[in-house]
Design a protein around this ligand. Structure first.
Ligand code: AMP
Ligand code: MG
Length: 434
């Protein structure tokens, strides 16, 4: 166990705050250039700036007729059709010019002519013999997006530190970037512990369990933007465990599972304490995942010299006192998944160069009542279902935090605040997707 002065069990919010404070101190310095098509999910290391006004010309949002709103004061109005403006067409003047009493037939995405101040939808028109009859009035600017209304030239469109989604990639494409500078993925060592845990390709003995945590964690690490490094399974034996922890501390982040509870063979904290680790918390008042541990330790010699994650203050790591952050997640597979999402993910995202963002929950109506003891913030596997505004959520039956089958039948977690003991059917309740 860590020295008693370093043992602390925090509330859920307190533990999140501690992680956020440390996450704010790390920064990511090394970058690489990737093709736009391969940039999804990566963290942007350069700002995306508008290279022109968006839109660059007054853009029609409808197929119809470009008009002066004042020409339509008495209806039906008849206007002279002097031509057609199609998206992308080249005109003598851009935009072309139009006089009172005249109109252009215009297509969605085409530049609205000078002199027009609105577009009437084609549905309210009929064209015959070079004239169009219009049966509906429009307000000035209706169905037109003014130049620069979406963004002005030189505006910041996407800031660095943003995860590249399809909309950010669309913006990069629209300013002509076929390659993007992104932060390197942090290397995240995954170490699972326990004498009963065996590799997935072996036949487990009657009291053995195949290692599932390494694989669920590897996926979560990848989805959060890290590069998982899978270490061998550590036995509940201090010397081998210490060797593997030392190896793991050479990565940018070490995530361990198992061996952090109160059992006689839960040795992870003891070994970390022997390595002079600092502990920021050794438990959080949550269910599942109460024994979760967060801290940092010196990361030995070799690879820290080439470590690419700058340490507090944004400085490159000094090899002598460089350290790595670690999480000890409880071994029960659902606890491992939940505590990764709640605590390891924000630290990993910071190491990946991502700007912090608050944890947000959706809300849904509870289907069947929940009764629990107050004191823990709970994240219980649940199923959210229903359509449109009528979504409701219900806990899945489970056998506790070892029940991955129940977790995989669920599609969210219901979040129960620590001061609640009874939640009635029909109440709105917070839901965490993932
Ligand atoms: P521990 O946190 O070491 O007390 O483990 C709690 C429970 O999680 C025990 O039932 C373990 O067998 C199980 N467990 C620990 N590590 C893993 C793993 N890598 N894969 C699947 N189950 C695990
Ligand atoms: Mg164990």
């Amino acid at each position: 166990m860590p020295p008693p002065e370093q043992s602390s069990i925090l509330t859920f919010e307190g533990a999140r705050r501690v992680v956020a404070d440390h996450a704010a101190q790390v920064s990511c310095s090394e970058t690489e250039t990737v093709d736009l098509l391969h940039s999804a999910g990566r963290i942007l290391a350069e700002p995306i700036i508008a290279d022109r006004d968006f839109p660059p010309f007054p853009r029609s949002t409808r197929d119809g007729y470009a008009v002066r709103a004042s020409d339509l004061t008495s209806l039906p109005a008849k206007l002279k059709v002097i031509g057609e403006i199609k998206a992308g067409a080249v005109h003598k003047e851009i935009p072309p010019i139009m006089n009172p009493g005249e109109t252009y037939s215009i297509m969605t995405g085409a530049p609205v002519p000078q002199g027009a101040d609105a577009v009437v939808m084609v549905e309210y028109t009929s064209q015959k013999n070079g004239l169009v009859e219009i049966t509906r009035a429009v307000s000035p600017q209706e169905n037109i997006v003014a130049p620069g209304a979406e963004a002005n030239r030189a505006d910041l469109l996407v800031d660095f530190g943003t995860r590249l989604t399809e909309s950010a990639i669309a913006l990069a494409a629209s300013v002509g970037k076929s390659k993007l500078n992104v932060f390197l993925r942090p290397r995240v060592a995954i170490l699972t512990t326990g004498d009963e845990i065996v590799p997935i390709d072996s036949v487990p003995g009657p009291s053995q369990i195949r290692n599932s945590n390494t694989y669920s964690l590897a996926v979560q690490v990848q989805q959060a933007g890290g590069d998982p490094i899978l270490l061998p399974i550590a036995p509940d034996e201090p010397r081998r465990l210490r060797k593997l922890i030392e190896e793991g501390l050479q990565s940018d982040l070490l995530i361990m599972t198992g061996g952090v509870s109160m059992g006689r063979y839960d040795l992870v904290e003891q070994v970390l304490a022997d390595l002079q680790a600092e502990f920021f918390f050794t438990g959080a008042k949550i269910q599942p995942g109460k024994p979760v541990v967060f801290g940092r330790a010196q990361c030995g010699s070799r690879s820290c010299e080439s470590g690419r994650v700058a340490r507090p203050g944004g400085q490159a790591p000094a090899s002598k006192n460089a350290y790595s952050y670690f999480f000890g997640l409880p071994g029960n597979p659902v606890s491992t998944m939940v505590t990764f999402e709640l605590f390891a993910r924000p630290m990993l995202e910071a190491l990946a160069g991502m700007r912090p963002y608050p944890l947000t929950f959706l809300h849904a109506r509870l289907k069947s009542e929940i009764r629990v003891k107050a004191g823990l913030t709970r994240f219980l596997p649940a199923i959210i279902s229903g359509k449109y505004e009528d979504s409701h959520v219900e806990l899945v039956r489970w056998q506790g935090s070892g029940d991955i089958a129940a977790r995989s039948r669920s599609n969210c977690y219901v979040v129960i605040p620590s001061d609640r003991e009874h939640i009635a059917p029909g109440e709105w309740i917070a839901v965490m997707l993932r």
